[in-house]
Design a protein around this ligand. Structure first.
Ligand code: NAD
Length: 547
């Protein structure tokens, strides 16, 4: 769970100690508190920045009443403000709320969960109001698209049509944790970027920073990816803004079932087919399928992919993204004449994509010298044992404390000299701030959107071969397509069939991409995007305009 940074402006030391004590005892929430007794220093601290929420008394030595709130509020800009008040100042506090405070809390009447909830909701509401479309990731997806559109001379009308998703659904729904009495309001999304190519397809992400912009970026990338792989889908994506790593199995199931109910009208086996993404897995897909099936009254396995084999899932789907990534690393290595045997790899993220990629790299004879997850990174220049890391992560949920390696930071890990660097966690990891210090030969983007446009240019100048996300992590959606086809036909394929079809689709897309890149003197990402966009443009023109 992310740490929320709170600025407390309160002149009464007893109240300050009380609030500190209350926040330190709240279960399942982490707050870092900085305090000041005066408005003037409070304003200076706001100016310096870094706070997620401000909690302010109205009566301070250097300012009293509504004027205190107004000055804090004006200085705060986008940071939410919660007011602290005494019983005798309630009308003043209500006025502050009218003027823009997120909430007020009455001193002497608050308990820890109430305080935490007010702060958390203030942050969430502000994020919902401000950040929905203003996501760096959506901006990146749009910039990449616009760059490709410009280079390929895409028709202006099509450019406008494809810049935003066709359908978006934002929902809020109630959620109760096992041992909490309160009912939380949770934000969820489903976005369909393009309905032209067939049903839409895309994973569901559970992460505490998900917003509409992020889900829209991911949906747009799905469109290009499916088109590049020549799969009969448009792009979609879903998300729930919550930290799944702190949820119990019961909580995860309740959350999934309610979210599914909220998006039920939008999904369906011929409409929009979800799959796993960050923070979700086979188990979540089973609940999603079960909830959908309960609602329509019969079992519909083809409403999701990435479900367990026993429920109609496909052989090889679970590891498909990691396996596909390694098939493509092999193709890229051949392309740049790099011998992988005895080479070195660094993998960021040790979830579905990262841990499987590490495993298949090791099988190829590549030495995995560092891996990381949310708890930090482990480095061993002699090579790590991937199977032992996988068992450790399974047992302990995170890699922290793994004995056979040196703990280093995620930032240090990205800068280790190696042959292959595979970011397989979050977006926005390789930026203009570290691109100069990335020392790999192939950057294999398991994650979606790990590299910014500025970093792309730096890497290209430095001769790093970038295997872009729309190609590199397409193994997942490709085997999802196989799963959907098998489900539709009520027929199953063997793992060998799956892997050989996967290999030929990925390698074919890779070859078309690098051919285009060399024919038109393009970077590989732009070439891949143009391959996808061109197919979509042809389909759109072929379908004509309604009405
Ligand atoms: P996952 O939830 O299984 O694993 C995510 C991993 O990232 C975890 O090990 C987590 O600890 C780690 N992580 C989180 N924050 C981190 C941080 N700040 N620094 C380092 N590591 C951190 O997710 P996944 O399914 O493996 O997805 C990872 C990426 O791959 C995402 O960008 C996702 O969109 C992309 N992707 C996934 C699939 C798929 O089939 N699952 C397909 C295509 C693309």
């Amino acid at each position: 769970m992310t740490l929320a940074k709170v600025l407390l402006i309160e002149d009464n030391p007893v109240d300050t100690v009380l609030i500190k004590g209350l926040l330190s005892k709240v279960q399942g929430a982490h707050f870092h508190l900085e305090t000041t007794e005066r408005l003037s220093t409070g304003l200076e601290m706001i100016e310096r920045g870094g706070f997620d929420v401000i909690l302010s008394d109205l009566t301070l030595p250097d300012s009293q009443g509504l004027a205190t709130f107004m000055r804090v509020f004006d200085a705060a800009g986008d940071i939410p403000v919660v007011v602290l008040t005494g019983m005798d100042d309630l009308s003043l506090a209500a006025k502050a709320v009218e003027e823009g405070a997120q909430a007020y809390l009455v001193k002497g009447k608050i308990d820890g969960p109430q305080l935490a909830r007010a702060l958390r909701y203030a942050i969430q509401r502000t994020a919902a109001e401000q950040a929905e479309w203003h996501s760096p990731m959506f901006q990146l997806a749009q910039q990449q698209f616009l760059k490709a559109a410009q280079i390929m001379g895409l028709d202006d009308n099509l450019r406008e049509r494809l810049l935003f998703p066709q359908r978006t659904l934002a929902v809020t729904f109630p959620f109760r944790r096992d041992d909490y009495l309160e009912v939380e309001t949770v934000f969820g999304y489903r976005v369909q970027h393009l309905l032209t190519m067939g049903p839409t397809k895309g994973g569901i992400r559970y992460h505490e920073e998900v917003n509409l912009g992020e889900v829209s970026a991911l949906a747009m990338w799905m469109t290009w990816k499916c088109a590049l792989m020549r799969l009969p889908f448009g792009g979609a994506k879903g998300g729930v803004r919550i930290d799944p790593t702190v949820l119990t199995g019961h909580e995860l199931q309740r959350l999934t079932r309610r979210y599914t109910t909220e998006i039920l009208d939008m999904i369906g086996p011929d409409k929009d087919i979800p799959a796993p993404d960050m923070g979700t897995n086979e188990r979540v897909m089973s609940w999603l399928m079960d909830t959908y099936s309960q609602q329509v009254g019969y079992t519909v396995p083809t409403v999701v992919t990435g479900k367990p084999v026993v429920l109609g899932g496909s052989q090889g789907r679970k590891e498909a993204t990691g396996r596909g990534l390694v098939y493509l690393i092999e193709a890229a290595a051949e392309h740049i004449e790099l011998n992988l045997k005895g080479g070195t790899a660094v993998v960021q993220g040790f979830g579905n994509v990262g841990s499987n990629a590490a495993r298949f790299l090791e099988e190829l004879g590549v030495k995995v010298i560092a891996v990381s997850d949310v708890s930090g990174a482990i480095y061993n220049p002699r090579g790590l044992s991937v199977s032992s890391l996988r068992s450790y992560a399974e047992e302990n949920r995170v890699l922290d404390g793994y004995p056979d390696g040196e703990p280093i930071s995620n930032e240090e890990m990205l800068e280790l000299p190696c042959d292959i660097l595979a970011p397989a966690a979050l977006q926005n990891q390789i930026t203009e701030h570290n691109a100069e210090r990335i020392h790999c030969k192939i950057l294999a983007e398991g994650a979606n959107g790990p590299t910014t446009l500025e970093a792309d240019e730096i890497l290209q100048d430095r001769g790093v071969f970038v295997l872009p996300d729309v190609v590199a992590n397409a193994g997942g959606v490709t085997v999802s397509y196989f799963e959907w086809v098998q489900g539709t036909q009520n027929y199953t394929w063997t793992l060998d069939e799956i892997n050989s079809r996967l290999h030929s689709i990925l390698v074919d897309a890779f070859r078309r991409t690098v051919d285009r890149a060399s024919r038109h003197n393009l970077d590989v990402r732009t070439a891949a995007l143009i391959e996808g966009i061109q197919r979509v443009a042809h389909a759109k023109l072929a379908r004509g305009l309604f009405p």
